[in-house]
Design a protein around this ligand. Structure first.
Ligand code: NI
Length: 219
């Protein structure tokens, strides 16, 4: 069986949507949908394989390791067996699974280089969704889910040296911006990603300035 690419994408879209609908930690279906659209837009500019990009974007959070007791293989395994069940060729299955495996961000001290240009594109799209107005909205949604305060002026920003430290750390959402999100803007893989990140980053800096001004009664 050699299914056509449109069918594979449509069925994968339905599979992922069903899994993610109703997720409330900021990794919901619409996050996946946005990452998909951004990844395809970047991929077009960067001239990479858009079919792999779209499949990997759809599946990139399919079993996010943060929610599965640190089992980092569950994502690529789920993605791989799903694609194989559709009759997708081995090369594509391996490529998409590798991207899913490599994509999770594990804290400031643990860089995660991607192996292919397609991986670079999907990782950029995923990180871009943590920047700008949507990034701000998602950060507070995630903070609420984890029970973190919006802001605590007594807490210093914290840069994790390992993924274990990153996972157990409890901080404020505002500190989370400088610990993680602002790092993303510096870590884009592609020229297109960097350009979009720069704008979104500037918007977040403006938001933070305004937030602190209001907090301190200066505004
Ligand atoms: Ni994601």
């Amino acid at each position: 069986m050699n299914p056509d690419q449109r069918t594979v994408l449509d069925r994968t879209r339905a599979f992922v949507r069903e899994r993610f609908e109703g997720e409330s930690s900021g990794h919901d279906w619409w996050h996946i949908d946005r990452v998909c659209r951004t990844a395809v837009a970047i991929g077009r500019e960067e001239r990479v394989d858009l079919h792999v990009v779209e499949l990997a974007a759809l599946l990139h959070d399919v079993a996010d390791w943060k929610f599965h007791d640190g089992d980092e293989e569950i994502g690529p395994r789920t993605a791989g067996s799903w694609l194989r069940s559709l009759g997708v060729d081995d090369e594509t299955v391996a490529h998409v699974s590798d991207i899913v495996r490599d994509i999770s961000f594990k804290g400031a001290g643990t860089p995660t280089p991607m192996r292919t240009r397609e991986g670079d594109v999907v990782q950029d799209a995923d990180r871009l969704d943590g920047l700008g107005a949507i990034g701000i909205a998602r950060a507070f949604a995630y903070g609420g889910y984890r029970g973190h305060p919006l802001h605590d002026p007594d807490l210093e920003p914290f840069f994790a040296r390992s993924s274990a430290e990153y996972m157990t750390h409890r901080g404020s959402t505002i500190n989370h911006f400088s610990e993680r999100i602002l790092l993303h803007a510096e870590r884009m893989n592609t020229e297109t990603g960097r350009r979009i990140a720069r704008e979104r980053h500037e918007f977040m800096e403006r938001f933070l300035d305004r937030f602190h001004a209001e907090w301190e009664g200066r505004e």
